[in-house]
Design a protein around this ligand. Structure first.
Ligand code: ADP
Length: 366
C-alpha cells in the first residue's frame, strides 16, 4: 500500500480502498473467498481436497474510489474492465421514480389547466345565457307593456284630467274678488298628489321597459307582489276581472331581481285574464304569498278560468307552446327561466273547484 501526502494513495487490497485511497490494481478478497467457498461446497458434496483443481481465480482487479478520483481530478474514463466505487447520482438512483413523479406532476398540471379552462368557458356561457335571458325577458316585457298599454294610458289620463280640473278651479277662485286661499291650498295639494300618481305610473312603466342586466338583491316578495298587482288593477277592471291579493303577515325576504320577478307575476296574471276572456261572468284572480317552512316563500296565482288540460300541464312551460291565436308562447318559458335563475321552482295545477293555479317557490334569504 502506497500513501504519500499530497498524492493519491494506492492500496494493495480492495478492503483498504475506503477511506481516502484512490484505488488501482488491488486484490479483491471476495473473489478469493467465493472460489474457496465453491471448493468447500464440493468437499461437502464428497469430493476429496486433493481432487480439486488448483485456484484459478484472477483476484487482482482495477478498482477505483470515485470520490478520490474527483478529489485528485482523475478522469472517469478508467481502463477497460476496471471497477469504480462511484456512487450513482440521485437521478441514476431514482430514475424511474423521478420519471414517474415528473409525469404525475405534468399530468396534474395539464388537468388543472384543463379544469381552469373549462371553468372559464362555463362562466362565459353562463354570462351569455344571462344576457340572452335578459334580452328575451325584455322582449316579453315589451309585449306585456303593449297589452297593458290601454290601461296604462287610462291610469295616466285620470291624474292628468284631475290636475287640469283642479288648475281651472284654482284659476276661477283666484279670479274672484275675495279668493278663498285655504281652498286654493287644498287644490294645490290635490294637484301635487295627482302629479305623484302620474309619475308613479311612468316610473313603473319605465322599470318594466328598461333593459337592465339580471341583478339580484334582497327584496320583500310581498312588496314585489303588491307593486305588480297595483300595476294590473286597471287592466283587470277593464277586462271585468275581480283581482285580490292576500299577502303573508311576515316579510318575505328573498334574493331576487324585482323587475324580473314582477315580470313573472305579470305573465301569470295576464295569462289568467286571457284564460277567462270568454267567460260571461265570474272572472276572478287571487294572488297569495306565504311561507313554506323556514326555507322558502311561495307565491300562488289562481283563477276561475277553464283550467289547463291535464296532459298539457308540463308542456305549457315549453318555449313556443301556445293555444292562443296571437300567442307567442314564451311567457311561461321565460317565467320558468327567471324562477330557475333564482334557484326556485314553478309549477301549475288545476284546482278541484275549477280554474288553474300557478305556484312559484323561492328560497328565503338567510
Ligand atoms: P302565450 O300566452 O303566448 O300563449 P305562455 O307561455 O304565457 O304563452 O302560455 C302558454 C300556454 O299556457 C297558453 O297558450 C295557455 O294555453 C296555457 N295557459 C297559461 N296560463 C293559463 C291559465 N291560467 N289557464 C289556462 N291555460 C293557461
Amino acid at each position: 500500500m502506497l500513501v504519500l501526502a499530497g498524492h493519491p494513495a494506492v492500496p494493495a487490497v480492495e478492503t483498504f480502498l475506503e477511506p481516502g485511497r484512490i484505488g488501482g490494481f488491488v486484490i479483491v478478497p471476495s473473489l478469493i473467498g467465493a472460489e474457496a467457498a465453491q471448493g468447500a461446497l464440493r468437499i461437502q458434496d464428497g469430493e476429496v481436497p486433493e481432487g480439486l483443481p488448483p485456484p484459478a481465480v484472477d483476484a487482482v482487479k482495477p478498482v477505483f474510489n470515485w470520490h478520490q478520483m474527483q478529489r485528485w481530478n482523475v478522469s472517469e474514463a478508467s481502463p477497460h474492465g476496471s471497477e469504480s466505487s462511484r456512487e450513482p447520482s440521485f437521478l441514476e438512483r431514482y430514475r424511474w421514480r423521478v420519471i414517474a413523479l415528473t409525469a404525475a406532476v405534468l399530468v396534474q398540471t395539464l388537468l388543472i389547466a384543463f379544469l381552469l379552462h373549462e371553468r372559464q368557458m362555463r362562466r362565459k356561457a353562463e354570462v351569455e345565457a344571462r344576457n340572452q335571458l335578459s334580452q328575451l325577458a325584455h322582449i316579453n316585457r315589451q309585449a306585456t307593456a303593449g297589452e297593458l298599454s290601454s290601461s296604462i294610458a287610462h291610469e295616466l289620463n285620470q291624474p292628468l284630467g284631475s290636475i287640469l280640473t283642479n288648475a281651472e278651479s284654482a284659476e276661477l277662485i283666484l279670479g274672484s274678488p275675495t279668493p278663498d286661499l285655504q281652498e286654493v291650498r287644498e287644490i294645490i295639494s290635490d294637484i301635487k298628489r295627482d302629479d305623484q300618481r302620474a309619475s308613479e305610473v311612468i316610473r313603473r312603466m319605465r322599470s318594466l321597459l328598461k333593459r337592465a342586466p339580471f341583478e339580484k338583491k334582497e327584496i320583500d316578495l310581498n312588496q314585489t307582489m303588491r307593486e305588480a298587482f297595483d300595476f294590473l288593477k286597471l287592466q283587470a277592471s277593464a277586462r271585468n276581472v275581480a283581482i285580490y291579493l292576500q299577502t303573508s303577515p311576515q316579510t318575505l325576504r328573498v334574493q331576487g331581481d324585482p323587475v324580473q320577478l314582477q315580470q313573472v307575476i305579470l305573465n301569470l296574471v295576464v295569462n289568467s285574464m286571457d284564460a277567462m276572456a270568454k267567460m260571461p261572468y265570474g272572472r276572478t284572480i287571487i294572488g297569495r304569498t306565504d311561507v313554506n317552512g323556514a326555507a322558502s316563500a311561495v307565491i300562488s296565482i289562481s283563477d276561475s278560468g277553464p283550467g289547463i288540460p291535464p296532459d298539457r300541464l308540463n308542456e305549457i312551460f315549453d318555449p313556443f307552446f301556445t293555444t292562443k291565436e296571437q300567442g307567442m308562447g314564451i311567457g311561461l318559458s321565460i317565467a320558468r327561466t327567471i324562477v330557475l335563475a333564482h334557484s326556485g321552482q314553478i309549477w301549475a295545477e288545476n284546482q278541484s273547484g275549477g280554474g288553474a293555479v300557478f305556484h312559484l317557490s323561492l328560497p328565503l334569504a338567510a
